[in-house]
Design a protein around this ligand. Structure first.
Ligand code: LLP
Length: 429
């Protein structure tokens, strides 16, 4: 298994940075997400530096949906990151983390007038998903006495090699306006009083391991940028979205690095804007490829069972990491307290949720394991905690950040009390 650079095995224990995961699990309890701060910083920098090597106007907006922990957003803000925010909650978190409103893009496929007013009120640019939304924003911004800068999210109608549930730029996808209607949409914005068209936005999908789809999307966006410029709109940015995958199958999969992404996409972008005689900023919105491998999910073995298969029953399930259940996603698992033990045969790691789909890993070659052992699920930093739930009324686990010799919680574990905090008893009961 090819471990990322911040993970190592020392004296049979899995380490994250300088920290023994076994000791962290003892100290903070399980289930526990542990994130390596330096890894997040390094991935972000790699993106920025690789893109800046090709073009002088670059902005990396972290996709906050991947992992919205405030501490993590603060780390990224300190690196100069902006954020793609997809809800009022993500907007709130990004602002609280100290991100400059000028570096945020408010996205969404179904925004309410309240959502639009929030973005307009903060002076945050909005990516519009329909002409209906344009009319609503024009009215809302007018009421606030503001002019809001916008992009349209364009659906480039590309067939993307990824799981259909996370391919967002298919012709049939719910996101964005059809690329054939871009002219009409920008003509409509130009006719609005309180909305100014400044950008063009797309996002073709997620967990994409090939570079060609990104290159193709860049070509489509350049063509559309030409159409928009012809209408008289002054494009200040083109946002190519996120979507670069990571090698979840650490044995036999590889993923392009941010540098390889930049080397493939940027020549097309730069040649394109030069040919058009425009100089918009280039924005990207990576989420997964910045945070996924920074984090392990530690989960304690409650019991094992030799049934039709060998089951390892652990204390985290799809309430903590829904990706395997939702997308048949693959995450490597390591027995963290016996990380170099020899596998004795296939085993299935199952969570505590009352659903037969609550499986974190199926039929993996794993060593002998028993009650009290510790399992680490790798690459849990993106769409892990952010998609977690309290299903089966299970409180969520804690999150810990490590940096050098330091370690500190960045979210406490929920308690049974947290399950009832927002509930109310109707007066007749
Ligand atoms: N920008 C927009 C507009 C997006 O919709 C997304 C992800 C991103 C950026 C970031 O994409 P990334 O770089 O993380 O691939 N829950 C799924 C992934 C859903 C992605 C949704 N949009 C999963 O766990 O695989």
């Amino acid at each position: 298994m090819n471990l990322p650079p911040h993970l190592s095995v020392r004296d049979s224990h899995l380490f994250i940075g300088e920290h023994d995961t076994v000791a962290l699990a003892e100290e903070f309890g399980t289930p526990l997400f542990v994130t390596d701060e330096e890894r997040v910083r390094a991935r972000f920098r790699e993106y920025r530096e690789a893109l800046e090597g090709h073009y002088d106007r670059v902005r990396v907006l972290y996709a906050a949906k991947a992992n919205g922990n405030l501490a993590l957003l603060r780390v990224l803000a300190s690196e100069g990151a902006g954020a793609d925010v997809f809800s009022p909650g993500e907007l709130e978190l990004a602002l609280r983390a100290g991100m400059d409103p000028d570096r945020l893009l408010f996205n969404g496929s179904s925004k309410s007038r309240e959502d639009l007013a929030l973005a307009a009120g903060h002076g945050v640019r909005v990516s519009l998903d329909s002409l209906d939304e344009l009319r609503a924003l024009d009215a809302v911004a007018g009421t606030l006495g503001k002019t809001t800068e916008v992009a349209f999210r364009v659906n480039p109608a590309l067939e993307i090699p990824t799981h259909p549930k996370i391919a967002t730029g298919l012709a049939s996808s719910k996101f964005g306006i059809p690329h054939a209607e871009v002219k009409e949409a920008y003509a409509a914005v130009l006719a609005c009083e309180h909305v100014r068209p400044v950008g063009l936005h797309c996002h073709i999908g997620s967990q994409i391991l090939a570079l060609e789809p990104f290159v193709e999307a860049a070509r489509v966006m350049i063509r559309l940028a030409g159409e928009v410029a012809d209408l008289g709109a002054r494009l200040e940015f083109v946002d190519l979205g996120g979507g670069l995958g990571i090698p979840y199958r650490r044995g036999d999969e590889s993923a392009p690095s941010p540098r390889e992404y930049a080397d493939a996409v940027m020549p097309v972008f730069v040649a394109g804007v030069e040919a058009l005689g425009i100089h918009p900023a280039l924005w990207v919105e990576p989420g997964r490829s910045i945070v996924a491998d920074s984090t392990v999910l530690l989960t304690r073995v409650n019991s094992t069972k030799a049934a039709h298969r060998r089951f390892i029953n652990v204390d985290a399930g799809f309430n903590h990491l829904i990706r395997p259940a939702m997308y048949d996603a693959y995450h490597e698992v390591v027995v963290a307290n016996r990380a170099d033990a020899t596998p004795v045969g296939p085993a299935t790691v199952a969570g505590p949720i009352c659903e037969s789909g609550d499986i974190l890993a199926s039929d993996r070659p794993l060593p002998d394991v028993g009650e009290g052992d510790l399992v680490a699920v790798l690459d849990a930093g993106a769409y892990g905690f952010s998609m977690s739930s309290q299903y089966n009324s299970r409180p969520r686990g804690a999150e810990v950040l490590v940096r050098g010799d330091d370690r500190a919680p960045m979210r406490r574990a929920e308690t049974l009390e947290d399950l009832v905090l927002a509930q109310a008893t109707p007066p007749w009961l």
